[in-house]
Design a protein around this ligand. Structure first.
Ligand code: AMP
Ligand code: MG
Length: 328
């Protein structure tokens, strides 16, 4: 009898452990992309996180009719909530850090190319030149919590919103005692903690030539933001030429830096997101110099001929591909 009880007890413990290790999962479509959420442990249920994502989508979308950002762009001024103030301050700092390669004021040009409404066309050079006068963070004036923009200047958080949102969700999950999480918001992946079974996180890097497949994968333990910017993610073709959605704020043209994609690994989601866009604009050479001057991220570059380059730290995590390591 004692033996049977011991077996039952053992099985109950085993079952409880298995149940504890089973993640909660959810999917939603927001910020123009499919999002997948998976968490282990904690008392949080995923509907709270989904609610936050939908709220931030409404707040930060430049196109949504009721979004705070659309109102700001329409009125040219706004009283900033602490949340919007925090996001704008980090966007300004990242724009300065990247020498303007990431620039949240590039929106007039993004519109001229027709990306927000998906009504694509190639703007004339004269139109691009004229719109460039509105681009640049010097056109934003912040006084306490009040923001005013010079006439014609408009903001776009498309290059930072998903990373900011993922980071925000991770903070909430931490507060709720969640031990491990994997949030995949389109090209933005963010992990929290380590998987209960002790195995590593495995994050695929999309093959720019064939986006339904991975060209390599990153393996690591612990918390990390992994964000990819790629010319395959959004583009249109005209007269046999491809025009993608990452604009060089200096020229007003889709960045022609010789890269197909850049994946950034960093501790903070918004930073990883803004830097992946900025490094795409910079290209391999300038991006490498930038990495040597900054120690808060690692990167994997894929150039037009398919060759892969990984910074020292990223190289230790990169698997299933051949690549060239970039040394400090
Ligand atoms: P991502 O996919 O994160 O690289 O961000 C690209 C999106 O950010 C585009 O769809 C635009 O809305 C916007 N964007 C394009 N170029 C830039 C840039 N150089 N700096 C900041 N935002 C940009
Ligand atoms: Mg980005």
């Amino acid at each position: 009898m004692k033996k049977i009880l011991a077996v039952i007890l053992f099985l109950t413990i085993l079952l409880t452990a298995c149940v504890k290790q089973a993640p909660q999962e959810a999917e939603l479509f927001a910020m123009d992309t499919l999002m997948q959420l998976r968490i282990w442990g904690g008392e949080n249920d995923l509907s709270a996180i989904k609610g936050e994502i939908v709220r931030l989508d409404t707040l930060l979308s430049a196109t949504g009719p009721d979004s705070a950002l659309a109102m700001l762009n329409k009125n040219g001024r706004a009283d900033l909530t602490p949340e919007l103030n925090e996001l704008i301050q980090s966007a300004l700092a990242l724009s300065e850090q990247t020498g303007g390669a990431f620039d949240p004021t590039v929106y007039p040009l993004v519109c001229a190319w027709g990306f927000p409404e998906k009504s694509y066309h190639v703007p004339e050079k004269a139109e691009r030149t004229s719109l460039l006068q509105y681009v640049g963070t010097q056109h934003l004036h912040i006084n306490g919590t009040s923001l005013t923009m010079d006439a014609g200047t408009q903001l776009d958080f498309g290059a930072i919103a998903k990373g900011y949102t993922a980071q925000h969700c991770i903070e909430i999950l931490k507060e709720h005692g969640v031990q491990a999480a994997l949030l995949s918001l389109g090209g933005n992946v963010q992990t929290l903690g380590s998987k209960p079974d002790g195995s590593e996180w495995i994050i695929g890097i999309t093959n720019p030539e064939n986006p339904s497949q991975a060209v390599a994968c990153l393996r690591f333990s612990g918390s990390m933001a992994v964000v990819t910017s790629g010319s395959y993610q959004r583009y249109f073709e005209q007269d046999g030429k491809r025009y993608h959605h990452i604009i060089d704020p200096k020229t007003g043209m889709p960045a022609d830096s010789g890269l197909c994609s850049v994946t950034v690994l960093a501790q903070d989601g918004a930073t990883a997101d803004a830097l992946s866009t900025a490094l795409f604009v910079m290209g391999l050479e300038r991006g490498t110099d930038f990495w040597r001057e900054n120690d808060d991220f690692e990167a994997v570059f894929i150039v037009a001929d398919g060759k892969i380059y990984a910074t020292e730290g990223a190289a230790t995590m990169l698997n299933d591909c051949s690549f060239t390591e970039i040394k400090r």
